[in-house]
Design a protein around this ligand. Structure first.
Ligand SMILES: [Zn+2]
Length: 75
């Protein structure tokens, strides 16, 4: 069902932009021109450049993202 895929996609984008907005409220950037967060939302460690390049807009390091996804799956 293409409609449902579109809707899921829209929800994902919405969640992603909400998460980004929340991240910047908690961790304001000294440089407002820098869009991508560079610190992990959960542990505060720097997110590697490779990960940022591979997953633009990500707000967690690989470890925390994995944990987060496992939490989501468990419910
Ligand atoms: Zn982390």
């Amino acid at each position: 069902m293409p409609d449902e895929i579109d809707r899921a996609q829209a929800i994902n984008e919405r969640l992603q932009s909400d998460a980004l907005a929340a991240h910047f409220r908690r961790h304001p950037r000294p440089d407002p021109g820098a869009f991508a967060p560079t610190e992990c939302e959960d542990c505060g460690e720097p997110i590697g450049e490779k990960r940022l390049a591979a997953a633009p807009g990500c707000i967690r390091c690989v470890d925390c993202q994995t944990e987060y996804e496992q939490r989501l799956k468990r419910g």
